[in-house]
Write a protein that binds this ligand. Sequence first.
Ligand code: PBG
Length: 323
Amino acid sequence: MAYPIQRMRRLRANETLRAMVRETNLTVNDLIYPMFILPGRGKKQPIQSMPGVFQFSADKLTDEIREIESLGIPSILLFGLPEHKDEMGSEASDPNGSVQQAVKKIKDLCPQMIVITDVCLCEYTSHGHCGVLKSDKTVDNDRTLDLLAREAISHVQAGCDMVAPSDMMDGRIGYIRNCLDQNGYENIPIMSYAAKFASGFYGPFRDAADCAPQFGDRRSYQMDPGNILEALREVELDIQEGADIVMVKPALAYLDVLKEIKTRFGMPTAAYNVSGEYSLIKAAAAQGWVNEETVMMEVLTAIKRAGADLIITYAAKDAARLL
Ligand code: PBG
């Protein structure tokens, strides 16, 4: 032969070798499982657009929590649905609200599980926006901050380990940090939905959390999909305001944003593999067009490779079974 061939294939010969030189290894400790909590009692309801995912009332959580625990998944992220919605999203900070009840129940069942609560008003407001409205129907940033802080405090009082504001109001991380500190909760971390884009991939979630906006859309507070420099500014501000973990959401269409954030700030960084990303795989797999397990593990590995320390995913239980 006239020239030497570089033998890259030598280390691909069998699975043992491949595993030895694998650069990115997904582990169960990377996973956070999102869950939807219904008001009332005795409920476990499938979510049509998210096969395999259910909404539970707090009293029905036991088996699910035991399963998550037995799979070794360290953490869950809770979303609550209210009994009644109103203009102000009042039930968000109800000490007996669905999430607050679920937090107590889960921490009783499984004290070492890290229970994170989503802090936002959209599930609780009659109009479905993530904040309260001004008379001209735009979202009132500054008046929303106090309601978010009350919601966060009520979650912490119920016993959650971490709060995750997902509303995208300006200044909310600093405001919530300050309120937590003043109430003696200076050791409760904040995971900030720092770079949250206005995305079509949230479609199935809006069924699950019953939080589609009743008019308009979320583009006046969530980010424009074209913007990465702005995402970096959002993350920088949230870090300055006291975020402990920064999140990029969605994950797959924003892996470049995730990579840049991890490289630039070196913070504990989470990625939210959102509802639409999950359902797309489920739907294609149900048609027999892709292999569900292969594609799911490939996607989760890619998100980790791009820089995620933590992946919030509806596929957490399925992935944990394979790890
Ligand atoms: C609420 C919230 C949303 C998601 C998480 N928190 C929906 C939205 O912003 O419209 C989406 C999660 C998913 O799609 O899995 N602010």
